[in-house]
Design a protein around this ligand. Structure first.
Ligand SMILES: C[S@@+](CC[C@H](N)C(=O)[O-])C[C@H]1O[C@@H](n2cnc3c(N)ncnc32)[C@H](O)[C@@H]1O
Length: 235
């Protein structure tokens, strides 16, 4: 990557939870119930990922989605994550699953330097909230630049669709509903709201459109989670 200007965002200084050790990654893997092999496989199938596709997973975590995409026949899957501990864990899992077409990259949304074929699919789940909004926009522009025209960008994250004036009730209801004594606790969610950068759906949607995406599908999974299937325009 070219030398970055002094004002560029430093992704290595992560907001919120920093996955520095294998112990932290293992604990994360236990709690991340939104990611099971069955759920990841269903998403791979729903998106239509299969033979010959080039796939990029940004904030790939423990590699669960990347492994299912590879097992479904993708030609190459680029699993990108800022945490070396996550990548090491994901690489071990991929070896155990016997998949060879995953390339692991220690990089962030803003610093990943894509080489090879343009991507048919870029996906990012529960990771983009790490960036403040200005840098989310930069990330969307970069994602658009590595996708083929007509390629798909799938985004799922903690994204708020409650009315802005009801932010207090919206956040409190989320923590009350989602927090478990084991798994993600109330203090995990409090830290997320306090230190990370989840934002409103209308802001995300405005940015996606300005980055050159058509939002083909928007699902508000709850008042605090949303998913988007976007098509890179230009065909
Ligand atoms: C909550 S985990 C989600 C992992 C996975 N996508 C899933 O659905 O289970 C967020 C991941 O984003 C990674 N991450 C944090 N900041 C990042 C950045 N700037 N660029 C890329 N990945 C980042 C973390 O290391 C972590 O693996």
């Amino acid at each position: 990557m070219a030398l970055l200007p002094a004002w560029y965002f430093d992704e290595s200084k992560m907001a919120g939870v920093d996955f520095k050790s294998i112990d932290q990654v293992e604990a994360f893997d236990q709690k991340q119930l939104s990611s099971t092999p069955e759920k990841e496989q269903a998403l791979v199938a729903r998106l239509g990922i299969g033979s010959g596709h080039t796939v990029v997973d940004l904030g790939a975590g423990t590699g669960a989605f990347a492994i299912r995409a590879a097992l479904s026949g993708a030609a190459v899957v680029h699993a990108v994550d800022i945490s070396q501990a996550m990548l090491t864990y994901a690489e071990n899992k991929a070896q155990q699953a016997g998949v060879e077409q995953i390339q692991f990259h220690r990089a962030g949304f803003l610093t990943y330097d894509h080489e090879g074929n343009l991507a048919d699919f870029v996906i990012s789940k529960y990771a983009l909230h790490i960036l403040p909004d200005f840098w989310k926009m930069v990330a969307f522009l970069q994602i658009a630049s590595i996708l083929k025209p007509g390629g798909v960008f799938y985004l799922r994250d903690v994204i708020f669709s409650f009315p802005p004036s009801q932010y207090e009730a919206g956040i409190n209801a989320w923590i009350e509903r989602a927090a478990k004594p084991e798994g993600w606790t109330a203090s995990d969610y409090e830290l997320h709201v306090r230190e990370e950068h989840s934002t409103f759906a209308w802001i995300i949607e405005g940015m996606l459109t300005r980055a050159g995406f058509e939002v083909a599908e928007a699902n508000y999974l709850s008042p605090t989670a949303a998913e988007y299937r976007c098509i890179k325009s230009g065909i």
